[in-house]
Design a protein around this ligand. Structure first.
Ligand code: ZN
Length: 290
């Protein structure tokens, strides 16, 4: 008896410790704000380069096992007629209703696409009948196969967003360079899909007044995000990322979820979506965002 209760006590202690650690690291993130996010995204960039070689093969294979194209096409058509019921709040980056639409929604976004997993992620989301924005880095669209991946994701009904050409910090660039970083991707995406991106996400969430102006001229909605974890070492497993994306204390109405084209994120995607839905959140359709 006594042994059992000691174990129970220990277990409770361990669980409480776990929660405390999560909360700590999250609030730390908020306090550090931009700086820590910048660091994290730059970590993720070096990962990206290391993985590049191996991933191209995978992407090639994935694109061969495609879903039924006719169904996909008709879905892409349908999605453009969606009524605009939400807008991005530029101080919190949440997705807020502008009508009497359900406020309990979450937006899924996948950055640094297309690397090795974007198409798989799109196929998983399609199977689950939910939508997302894939933010494309122009320099990753470096082969006909990669162009095909963008086209397939678009044809499956997903929004293709602009994440700049080379993923540089816009604050380090001249105005001319910023313009090129942004417009090059819009031209590229339009060439591939026939439609210019409607959403813009600056690398590291680092917008400038000038880049905001360019985004506005291009009729793009700017967005950063409310939370994300998949670039942190401790969350680079299917189980860990699936758990934190659903059970983070930052999940709230209009949450804007930052995820990346990564293997563990791809593997966790179904659990993440189902976990959010079990908590009563609907996945918002980007076409319904102004
Ligand atoms: Zn990025």
């Amino acid at each position: 008896m006594r042994k059992i209760s000691i174990y129970a006590l220990l277990l409770t202690f361990i669980i409480l410790q776990g929660c405390a650690t999560d909360n700590e690291s999250n609030s730390a993130e908020e306090v550090n704000g931009q700086a820590s996010q910048e660091e994290m995204e730059s970590n993720q960039n070096s990962d990206l380069e290391e993985q590049d070689g191996e991933e191209e093969d995978q992407a090639g294979n994935v694109s061969e096992e495609e879903e039924t194209q006719s169904a996909a096409d008709s879905n892409a058509e349908e999605s453009k007629e969606v009524e605009k019921e939400y807008q991005i709040n530029e101080s919190t980056w949440t997705v807020d209703p502008i009508t009497d639409a359900d406020p309990k929604v979450a937006l899924l976004t996948i950055d640094d696409a297309p690397d090795a997993n974007a198409l798989k992620i799109a196929q998983t989301l399609k199977k689950l009948d939910v939508s997302a924005i894939f933010f494309v880095n122009g320099h990753l669209v470096n082969s006909p196969e990669k162009e095909e991946v963008i086209k397939e994701i678009y044809d499956l009904g997903f929004a293709i967003g602009n994440h700049t050409y080379s993923h540089s910090n816009l604050k380090d660039l001249t105005e001319e360079e910023q313009k090129e970083e942004i417009l090059k991707v819009n031209d590229m995406v339009e060439d591939i899909t026939g439609e210019r991106p409607r959403f813009f996400r600056a690398p590291f969430g680092s917008n400038t007044d000038y880049s905001k102006g360019i985004a506005a001229e291009e009729n793009m909605t700017i967005m950063n995000w409310t939370y994300g974890y998949d670039w942190e070492k401790e969350y680079q497993t299917r189980e860990a990322i699936a758990d934190i994306m659903v059970n983070t204390p930052y999940l709230s109405n209009g949450a804007n979820l930052l995820m990346h084209d990564r293997t563990w994120t791809m593997e966790a995607m179904e659990d993440i979506v189902k976990g959010l839905q079990q908590k009563g959140y609907s996945i918002v359709n980007p076409d319904a965002i102004k």
